[in-house]
Design a protein around this ligand. Structure first.
Ligand code: 5GP
Ligand code: MG
Length: 206
């Protein structure tokens, strides 16, 4: 079969190979997961309603979205495609975990330039609210830089006492106080591309 994009048959073969390899790697990663906490279909459904809630609560007019890298990347990509208004996307690199499982207690801004937010309403996206230090530090900085208001949305919020008095305006799911990976969240840089959120086996965390 051919059309303006050329012959499809080779593409189909490559896709088939890719699918097999993908399944193999997903299975390898699955072996490190103790249990799946939130599966893909449940996440997708919740993102539909979260997008509606954000649209309803965010003032009419321009929206500047700040994505906290790298953890919020997958969440943001799926959520923002459900928000039907013109928006500007900016990313910020911050670090608080430094690759391990425990928060360092300090939030580092890693970028040389800070996005222009003066006079803007900002939607700040992060993967998970844990101690609250990240969301607190970044919200404060955005306000210092002249943002009119900061609205926050996280995919996950751990049910625990926070180091900072901070809550997110929009929370996808409340979870227990355990270390999770997948759907953007990593352990030492791995597991971000799992399509679900899961709890890592102790043995995989050594
Ligand atoms: P907080 O500053 O609220 O303590 O933590 C926020 C950041 O810590 C998140 O953006 C995320 O990078 C990391 N984090 C907190 N809890 C978890 C977790 O259970 N799993 C992973 N992979 N990262 C976490
Ligand atoms: Mg993070």
């Amino acid at each position: 079969m051919s059309n303006v994009h050329g012959d499809f048959s080779d593409d189909v073969k490559i896709l088939a190979l890719g699918g097999g390899a993908q399944r193999k790697y997903l299975t390898l990663m699955r072996d490190d997961i103790e249990r799946i906490l939130i599966d893909e279909a449940v996440i997708e459904k919740r993102l539909d309603s979260m997008a509606v809630e954000i649209e309803r609560d965010f003032p009419v007019g321009p929206m500047v979205v700040i994505i906290l890298l790298k953890g919020a990347l997958v969440f943001a990509a799926d959520l923002l495609r459900r928000i039907p208004r013109p928006l500007e996307i900016e990313c910020l690199n911050v670090a608080s975990y430094h690759g391990g499982r425990e928060s360092s207690g300090k939030v580092d801004f890693l970028d040389r330039h800070f996005p222009e937010v003066k006079g803007q309403h900002v939607l700040l996206l992060d993967d998970i609210l844990d101690t609250g230090r990240t969301l607190h530090a970044v919200s404060e900085r955005l306000l210092e830089e002249g943002a009119v208001a900061v609205h926050t949305a996280v995919l996950l919020a751990k049910d625990k006492e926070r180091a900072e008095h901070v809550s997110a305006d929009h929370v996808g799911f409340e979870i227990g106080d355990e270390f999770v990976v997948g759907y953007g969240l990593d352990y030492n840089g791995k597991y971000r591309n799992l399509p679900y959120v899961g709890v890592l086996k102790r043995s995989a965390a050594n």
